[in-house]
Design a binder for this molecule. Sequence first.
Ligand code: ZN
Ligand code: ZN
Length: 410
Amino acid sequence: MLTTKQMELYAELAVSIGANMQKGQEVVIRCDVNCQDFAHLIAQKAYELGAKKVHMEWRDEKLDRINMLNADKDALCDIPSYQTELWNYFIERKCCLISISADDPNKYKGCDADKLAAYQVAFQTARQAFRNATMSNYLRWTIVSVPTPEWAKQVFPNISTDEAMDKMWKAIGHIMRLDQPDPTAAWRKHIDTLVARAEFMTKHNFEYLHLTNKAGTDLTVGLALDHVWIAAEEAGQDGIPFTANMPTEEVFTAPHNRKINGTVVNALPLVNNGNVIDGFSITFENGRVVNYSAKVGYDALKGLLESDEGVLSLGEIALIGKNSPIAESGILFYNTLFDENASCHLAFGASYPTTVKDGNNMTAEQLAQHGMNQSIQHVDFMVGTKDMNIDGIGYDGKVTAIFRDGDWII
Ligand code: ZN
Ligand code: ZN
């Protein structure tokens, strides 16, 4: 366990460095009922730092599973209008959002893949406006995480629940830099390092990145026209900076969704809606998936790739060195927030409008002309291995080495 002081520092990091809540602002905390203690700690800290009001968007993953197993498809896909109204209310109030991500990786294990995919489409469609408000940085937002017993047992199945929880807290405390003398200062330094790499990448304006490794990845990823590399800290539409993911180790941008060619093999399992997909490889031609296979979770992968048109291309490419504290921990967390920060990744589906210059002021058509991908999905999957090499290829054909043996060399 962390000390009370460390827990308070953690809550403070979420409010200040994460969402960068401003005095007098309203806050939404999105949290499962099984992490309510940490949500309450964040609420308290938010008021201490000047929040006007704190709203809770409680989730209940056990009920989600009961619904998935028992309700019929039409009933599940009928997302109540009051839900959308609530999200609209949060947008109108310009709340900042703090999400606590601690899903049981087996939440939907054994549930009907068709029904689950249909529900996801209905849910994401109903949530579209709110998702746009966060993805376009109209609202500032952050995601943090705390362990739960179910999750800890999945990560450490061979020890008791108490021991597993202890190990999880220790790992998360280290990854979140809460074991450093001044966690806030450590975070500022970390953010500055990542931002410098992002500036290097943006300045070079590569046309393509070429990813290769011994597992069979040989993929050329075109980058969106006028793309911008982003790391750690982003600016909200009102210019106020925030850190969307804590932890964060990634430097990312948008692929060009008509210029992706070759094959990529996953490096870590993809956990999507509680389904584990592993041993998979994806082949692209002119930006679209033309072939795929999976040793584990093929149906779940198929369900994902059939959920809309845009999911067949990529909306994100993110670079992470093998020496990040998450990668070094060697732990598979079965949670995207951690696992995506352990390894270079790509995302099926939507790109972030913020990853292209002036993207927030572009129409959907203008974004599409720049190669920005649109979809109701955004699902990260890990591709970076310890032997991954990455080259940047400029519009003049010049090749610049960026990664050698899984780590940054710039
Ligand atoms: Zn990412
Ligand atoms: Zn992503």
